[in-house]
Design a protein around this ligand. Sequence first.
Ligand SMILES: *Cc1c(COP(=O)(O)O)cnc(C)c1O
Length: 372
Amino acid sequence: MDRSQNDIKVPFVNLKLQHAELKPEIIKAVERVLDHGQYILGPENILFEQRFASYCGVGQAIGVDNGTSALVLTLQALGIGPGDEVITAPNSFLASASCIALSGAKPVFADVNSHYTIDPARIENAITSRTKAIIPVHLTGRPADMEPIMKLAGQNGLHVIEDCAQAVGASYRGKKVGSFGMAGCFSLHPLKVLSAIGDGGVITTNDPGLHEQLLKARNHGMKNRNECEFWSGNHRLDTLQAAILLVKMGRLDHWIKARREIASFYREHLRDVVRVPDELPHEFAIYQTFVIQADRRDQLQHFLKEHSIDTKVHYPLPLHLQPAASKLGLLPGSFPVAEDQARNILSLPMYPELTREQTEKVVSVIRAFYKN
Ligand SMILES: *Cc1c(COP(=O)(O)O)cnc(C)c1O
């Protein structure tokens, strides 16, 4: 490693950098909301939904309070509940499974492929007479293998609900994620590629009936001012957040481009020492995370930390082995690919504001580790 790199720190994220650049525009947007006074379901909510729908190439988008609500409300709106089964990937964030349990249905897992997304062949084996839906997760910002998944769903009469929380802007065969299934559920959490300054979520759909149902479901089940059609909670996206998100939408493709450039740099300079994610010609990944698989992963992580480089593991404990999933009775060994990956994966720093000096340091410290 180059001695001049000693002083360079590489934090895992730095959310303040993005906002430093956008601050004047964000403050203006906040002022506009303060001044018009419509703080709940105001004009920015409608504008954001229109803009997001058109970005994803779908008919409708519905802003909600977070990505987990997006998933739960969609399952409920499709009538999925007790007695039903929903298939998802065991290597995702908790919400991909908790949403199923919260709807009253049973989470069923199908193992993943080397791309960290659900393996269509394993979905087929997991389908029973109770299966109602599949939730493919576009984990790490890479699209799941949607063609066979949609085909399987069609043959078996299942809904597809895409968990797009990590993949805004990603596409598969030229079509954006969130436009394949009955619905796409996005998180706008500060750590996601398009983010609120706080919590937020959004659902995409081409189905007018589902759109109408979700508009009620996010707002107490209200059909109009005075009539409640069914019990539901308050799951609205704040108008203030919608205004801020409108500012950020203008930067989204630029941020994605920067992430992809960092990914290419890491890939090119690390491919001979660790396993790097590849990219198939029909895929466009947005790199929510850049996940490598590394020999002696924990030692590597420690070595990077000693050199002021922060990394994370997304995620160390697969969903079926979480204490919350114990009632499902799934033992270690149930999903060997996901379990094996959990032991070897490491997420490198990945955000548009990373400098070339920082990414060069990440590369040279990893290379130095494997030289020893
Ligand atoms: C972040 C995330 C969610 C949940 O989103 P929240 O907005 O935090 O509720 C769901 N699924 C995946 C894959 C995620 O990464």
